[in-house]
Design a protein around this ligand. Structure first.
Ligand SMILES: [Ca+2]
Length: 175
């Protein structure tokens, strides 16, 4: 990768943008970050995101195995409904980022609890659709986290939700 770094320094942002596009086309997934992998998959399935698309991400070891997962939240008018957008758990497997569980609909912020029984409780904000805004706690189960935070087994998190994992203002433009 050293030549690439050097070329990027010489060639500047235009060259880098071209390279990233080529990387998707030839399957060089190992060089792509979790947001780029997810956005490429979403666009392949649902068409291009808008210019307003923003991505939010946070790194956390959800299962305590020593390898961090990434929580990725992509906000775009083409993806999101009145209740919010999807929160995707990206997992590092076989030398590349792969899409894991999808949780939604979710609004920001996303919270992280102290460890619960060795695993991490995710808190998500739910609102919209006539619902009062509240924070729902998602407890991990053997099959994963509850995929819909608006219904059980997600539970209303009435206590202090703890640390903010993904804040409203932390996103970046996807392109
Ligand atoms: Ca892990």
């Amino acid at each position: 990768m050293r030549w690439m770094t050097r070329a990027m320094m010489i060639g500047g942002a235009g060259w880098l943008a071209g390279c990233a596009g080529m990387g998707v086309g030839v399957g060089e997934g190992a060089s792509l970050g979790p947001v780029e992998v997810l956005v490429a998959q979403i666009e392949a399935e649902q068409g291009p995101l808008s210019d307003q698309a923003r991505a939010f991400e946070a790194s956390v070891d959800l299962d305590g195995d020593g390898t961090s997962e990434r929580l990725v939240y992509v906000r775009d008018p083409s993806l999101c409904g009145t209740g919010g957008c999807a929160l995707t758990i990206m997992e590092w497997r076989d030398g590349r980022w792969q899409r894991g569980q999808v949780i939604g609909p979710v609004e920001l912020p996303v919270y992280l609890s102290d460890e619960w029984d060795g695993e991490v409780v995710i808190g998500v904000t739910v609102a919209g659709g006539g619902m009062q805004e509240r924070i729902m706690a998602l407890y991990p189960a053997p099959e994963g986290y509850p995929s819909n935070p608006t219904v059980p087994p997600a539970v209303w998190w009435r206590d202090d939700p703890g640390e903010v994992l993904i804040a409203e203002g932390s996103g970046r433009a996807v392109r």
